[in-house]
Design a protein around this ligand. Structure first.
Ligand code: ZN
Ligand code: ZN
Length: 641
């Protein structure tokens, strides 16, 4: 008994002591965090998080009853604090040696949200009591309840009832039905646990508990409860003003929420410095809109662009419409089709093959370990070309048979191992590997191609550079992680082959005019036409675009038609302020004109020629004899020193 009196006197003394000198009008109003782009411009989204205050009249009676029944049944009777509840909590906390139990009234919770940080310390807990008493003295019960409804957190970034109503039921608070009010009133207690989008059963059970309390407190009858609980809840998110980069902002928010908690992210006044470039993001949005305007409503697309020099994510689009589907498809695993071929040819170059190496596209049978046979063939009407190509042209026209033959020649295990150097995981050493048998994400693809753009260096993609708290303290800072995975010569030669894709005869030839600057890239279309890709780069910027259905339905479009134009329009617009650079040629690489029909040094008589890159000493030694038997020409050439 003595102990209890001692506790009460300690509590009251501290309460009075802490109360001295605290001014209720100096409120520490929660401050939204701001996300900045690479140039320090705020990215719309997190800062403009809908924070909509409504008046007492707009809060439906059903919600008032529900929230009071479940959070603070004596709200209209007490003086801001529930003394017996506090004492109970106090004793429990003393026993536990730390603050665990709450015993918070609606007034205390409002005080906490409005004036205090989220830490659980004794002085903070006592200040909360003081502020609660002050609130009760300065405001009416209805005003306090209104403040409470406008500030409590319901999950999914929704602070306040109005935003919650829009977030979960796509309507205004005043239009909420009794079942919706009861559902929402259950959320503030544990927003993540009862998240209706993630745990609909738990949310429903919590609604049941709220309704039970409402019966106990006489707000509704048992019959009402049964009627209300039987009604179906339809969750739907409203269209917000989402800003220029909703998927990027969501990615940043999810990352930070996991690390620091949602309250800190939404109300902690953090400054979040990211890698996004708003101008490039706008270019991406325009290219995306233009490229998708003819597509059916449920065809999706993802775009991600990286700075070639450091792996910074400069632009990102995760889908068609964030409001209807916030799933970020930049992280979606899809079959890459022929966009996987460059990794094969990179190993071929590493093993001493040259761009001019000739191989025949013809019917070939491979015996598989299973006893089956595998016969690769090209897309389109003709299964085979029945002729020889240089491997540069094989990549330019995206020949499947030659890719599989080269894979067989190098050994699929070696090719798989080589591909994993570019950041991929779990590549199976199978013959169809270069045709894109392993599903990969658009982000992985952009990071992998970035190796070619940046002289053989792999850069880990990053998007948050620095996080600073309200007081200016740096909470974290990221730097680029890089490793050399292929030689600069190899990167240059593969880039040269991929430049060929954009040239006459290449599968991306229709895009070069749009891009209007030095660029390299590759189309990809899966066997079943479910996925269309274009991945390509300039020396400054690398971008992957994927187009398809979430459920893997046939889009009936090839990469160059569906994904290519989005990529090309983006690269053009995103690069306006960048100089038109060529890839940096290593000193020991020579450029030679080669006859595409023989793989030999071309003469003026060769009808199809291409400039190819060779590591010094690997150049073809002979002039194309097939097209060149003009003695005069040979003599003239020999006479030139
Ligand atoms: Zn072929
Ligand atoms: Zn020739």
């Amino acid at each position: 008994m003595f102990r209890k009196y001692l506790l009460i006197s300690i509590l009251l003394t501290t309460l009075l002591f802490c109360g001295c000198g605290v001014d209720i009008h100096q409120v520490n109003v929660p401050e939204a965090s701001v996300v900045y782009d690479i140039n320090g411009r705020p990215i719309k989204g997190l800062a403009e998080e809908n924070r909509i205050s409504i008046g007492f009249e707009e809060i439906p009676d059903s919600f008032k009853a529900a929230i009071i029944a479940v959070e603070d049944k004596n709200f209209y009777e007490h003086h801001g604090v529930d003394i017996s509840g506090i004492l109970r909590a106090f004793v429990l906390n003393i026993k536990a040696g730390k603050i665990t139990a709450g015993g918070s009234t609606i007034t205390q919770q409002t005080a906490k949200t409005l004036f205090l940080s989220n830490e659980r310390t004794w002085p903070r807990k006592i200040k909360e009591l003081f502020y609660a008493l002050e609130l009760e003295r300065s405001y009416s019960k209805d005003e306090i309840l209104t403040m409470y409804c406008n500030t409590i957190y319901f999950g999914h970034g929704a602070y306040g009832l109005e935003v919650a109503a829009r977030t979960f039921f796509n309507k205004n608070a005043q239009d909420l039905t009794a079942e919706e009010s009861a559902l929402l009133a259950g959320l503030p207690n544990a927003p993540s646990l009862y998240d209706p989008y993630i745990n609909p059963e738990k949310a429903k059970a919590r609604q049941g508990l709220v309704l039970q309390r409402m019966v106990e407190e006489g707000y509704i009858s048992e019959n009402d409860r049964e009627a209300i609980i039987s009604r179906e809840l339809k969750y739907q998110q409203a269209d917000y003003v989402l800003g220029e980069a909703p998927y990027f902002i969501a990615m940043v928010r999810d990352y930070l929420s996991k690390k620091y908690g949602e309250r800190m992210v939404y109300q902690g006044g953090m400054k979040i410095y990211t890698t996004l470039d708003l101008d490039m993001q706008k270019a991406a949005n325009r290219a995306y809109k233009e490229g998708m305007k003819e597509r059916e409503a449920d065809v999706q697309a993802a775009l991600v662009a990286l700075d070639a020099t450091n792996g910074h994510i400069r632009a990102l689009i995760g889908g068609r419409d964030f409001a209807s589907s916030n799933y970020n498809r930049v992280f979606s695993e899809r079959q890459p089709g022929s966009t996987f071929k460059p990794f094969l040819y990179s190993l071929a170059i590493e093993w001493g093959l040259t761009e001019a190496y000739m191989m025949k596209c013809e019917k070939v049978e491979f015996k598989l370990p299973t006893g089956d046979t595998y016969e690769p063939n090209d897309y389109g009407d003709e299964k085979y070309h029945w002729k020889e190509f240089t491997i540069k042209e094989a990549l330019m026209i995206s020949d499947n048979v030659i890719a599989v033959r080269v894979n067989d020649m190098l050994g699929a295990q070696h090719v798989a191992d080589h591909a994993e150097k570019f950041g991929f995981k779990g590549i199976q050493p199978i013959l169809s590997l270069p045709l894109g048998s392993k599903e990969v994400t658009p982000l992985d693809m952009a990071a992998a191609y970035n190796v070619f753009a940046n002289q053989g260096i792999y850069s880990e993609p990053i998007y948050v550079l620095k996080v600073v708290d309200q007081d200016g303290k740096v909470l974290e800072e990221s730097r680029t992680t890089q490793r050399q995975v292929i030689s600069p010569e190899n990167a240059y030669i593969v880039s040269d082959m991929l430049k060929g894709v954009m040239g006459p005869g290449g599968t991306g030839a229709n895009l070069q005019k749009t891009v209007g600057r030095t660029a390299a890239g590759k189309t990809g279309t899966t066997d079943d036409f479910n996925d269309a890709w274009f991945v390509g780069f300039t020396p400054q910027l690398c971008c992957a675009v994927w187009v398809g259905y979430d459920q893997g339905r046939n889009v009936n479009l090839v990469g160059s038609v569906a994904a290519g134009p989005i990529w090309a329009n983006f690269i053009r617009d995103a690069s306006v302020s960048l100089p038109d650079l060529d890839f940096e040629k290593p000193a020991n690489v020579n450029l030679i004109n080669v006859c595409l029909d023989t793989g030999l040094i071309s003469s003026e008589s060769c009808p199809r020629r291409s400039r190819m890159a060779f590591i010094e000493g690997t150049e073809p030694k002979e002039i194309c004899y097939y097209h060149t038997f003009n003695l005069d020409w040979l003599l003239k050439d020999a006479a030139t020193p």
